[in-house]
Design a protein around this ligand. Sequence first.
Ligand code: CMC
Length: 427
Amino acid sequence: MSEQAKLTLGAKALEMPVMDGSIGPQVIDIRKMYAQTGAFTFDPGFTSTASCLSAITYIDGDEGVLLHRGYPIQQLAEHSSFPEVAYLLTEGELPTKEELDTFVYTITRHTMVHEQLMQFFRGFRRDAHPMAIMCGVVGALSAFYHDSTDIDDPKQRMIASHRLIAKMPTIAAMAYKYSVGQPFVYPDNSLSYTGNFLRMTFAVPAEPYIVNPVVERALDRIFILHADHEQNASTSTVRLAGSSGANPFACIAAGIACLWGPAHGGANEAALNMLREIGRPERIPEYIARAKDKDDPFRLMGFGHRVYKNYDPRATVMQQTVRELFAELKVSDPIFEVALQLEAMALNDPYFIEKKLFPNVDFYSGIILSAIGFPTSMFTALFALARTVGWVAQWNEMIGDPEQKIGRPRQLYTGAPQRDYVPISKR
Ligand code: CMC
């Protein structure tokens, strides 16, 4: 018999099975707890709750380990490509050459968007945030691709997944083009996934555009580093939206909305804005002091993580990528020096040591994206583009899980007990 956990509540005793994953902490199965004790568990923020079974991504936050389907993120960032990682996450195994070619061919043939979708962009103000546009336009895809919204049909689920992965760069690039008042650039299917995105973002019809392979590789690596991250807030949002049977386009739009917040994907934009505001190494102590001040809501953006209590392995690769990109492009940015000194100072400060706060994926990514030429407002849209792969993989895994139910948390009610309505004249 498997190990049991025991809970006593007043006179009631409950035995709960303990579940083992392939690696990672044990999990106590509390599913029968309410029926047998009449009590709920209380875990706002889900700090002690596993919401699903998943075989996609594993994080050991204490050791700073991130594995996709078992493969360490450092190895994938160094040797793989974003389409290959997309295949790995969605299909479960690294592809053979033939499988990868077929996958890339399929994705590439879905890069165009319905011509009428252009009208949606024109409805936004020019100064709309790209994430506002992404939420709206991605949600609108469900109004255009009716032949891939039946979630009970595996073939339609696959087509919707491919469409989402393929069209996200087109939509993100269009959001950028709209904001700068330049014409939309159609995809060029002779280019790589990332090269195509660069061209759709930075090319103009008046001039030829040649993709810089150094920039292409750096951005592809950034996409790999953002592809998936277990049951984070936006992925859980996608799963929760999908648990009601909503179509995949609507679910991914929900994920984009959640990602936008500064505590999640919006941190890359906030981190670079913060580094620019600090501006010079002499000002770092002032910002460290503010981050430590309980009465000041300011936090060091790009620092800290719910799961990592060690260096985020993605931040290590990201820092290395800044160095490589700057060396290869023969450019520099004084903000990088500010970031390095800020990190060093924070990591030697008792506040950050005690709370185990380390740089996360967002701390250095903005420096690279800025060097490539993206405005800060596009940073989170790029995160959404890459994370779509993880969202789609997790959504498919959830739909295929026979134990899947609609997500429906309960609460600890602290409001007024039942009382009688008082007419307005008597209040
Ligand atoms: N600067 C200063 N203090 C911090 C920071 C920070 N960046 N992060 C956490 N703390 C403190 C916090 O004040 C709290 O102190 P105390 O225990 O005295 O109240 C303690 O550390 C624990 O913080 P928490 O907010 O309870 O932890 P959490 O797991 O709920 O939050 C977090 C995690 C990522 C939201 C948070 O660290 C944060 O706001 N970081 C800045 C935003 C950021 O970089 N987000 C990107 C996350 S990684 C990519 C992604 O998920 O999209």
